[in-house]
Design a protein. Structure first.
Length: 230
């Protein structure tokens, strides 16, 4: 067996293992949701424990989904399905996925999106990006999150702002989010940003491509993530 074949087989085995882990974590999340309904928190410490459990499980699940998606993208197993969607429906779906987490963290969530706003995008891929950013913001924000969707000169823009400490310098410096800029040595591969950037680039309109942008210019005083779709 050649070295190339060994690498291919290993990547396939790894992807299969990630798929199985993703399913297991999904079952854990569903079980945790049932437990929280049957046994509501009795005090602040109990509620905090539930919040930590749900956040960490959601974060692991999100990263496993992104790993699997990146594998499929690199092996041409995912095709972009650009269709017309009401943007508010996409946002509501992701908010529903994270309802318990946001509620347990007592986060004040603001949504600014015209209900008649229409966009052309792959709802599964874009929904995955929005979900990942929401889960991360739920960890780092203090008490406020704001999601905005609007048409701009650069196309449809999804903006997620928080009132947390802002994005660290190494993330702001890696504004192109190319894999070559990713640092695995310091334990910060920025997997979510790589995934978001790939999804953005897969959305094209004539000569224009989608893009993402990070800054600490949030109107709430923290970080601001933007996804542009042409």
């Amino acid at each position: 067996m050649t070295q190339e074949n060994q690498e291919i087989n290993f990547s396939f085995v790894l992807a299969s293992s990630v798929h199985d882990m993703k399913n297991s974590v999904g079952m854990l999340l569903n079980t945790l949701a049932d437990v929280m309904v049957q046994y509501p928190p009795q005090n602040a410490n109990h509620a905090k424990s539930y919040t930590v459990l749900e956040y960490e499980a959601s974060r692991i699940n999100s990263e496993l989904i992104q790993l699997l998606s990146l594998y499929r993208l690199d092996h041409d197993q995912i095709r972009v399905h650009i269709e017309e969607h009401f943007v508010i429906d996409l946002l509501n779906e992701q908010l529903a996925r994270n309802h318990e987490l946001l509620q347990m963290k007592k986060i004040n969530l603001m949504v600014d999106c015209d209900e008649s706003l229409i966009g052309y995008f792959d709802s599964d891929l874009v929904g995955g990006v929005i979900n990942n950013i929401l889960v991360n913001c739920a960890r780092y924000c203090r008490e406020k999150l704001k999601i905005t969707a609007q048409q701009t000169s650069q196309g449809l823009c999804f903006s997620i702002e928080d009132d947390g400490p802002g994005y660290p310098e190494d993330m702001l410096n890696a504004s192109t989010f190319a894999e070559s800029r990713t640092s695995f040595a310091n334990g910060r591969p920025h997997l979510g940003l790589i995934f978001a950037n790939k999804v953005a680039l897969m959305h094209t309109n004539k000569s224009r491509q989608g893009s993402i942008n990070l800054s600490n210019n949030s109107s709430l005083g923290g970080g601001c993530f933007k996804l542009f779709l042409p």
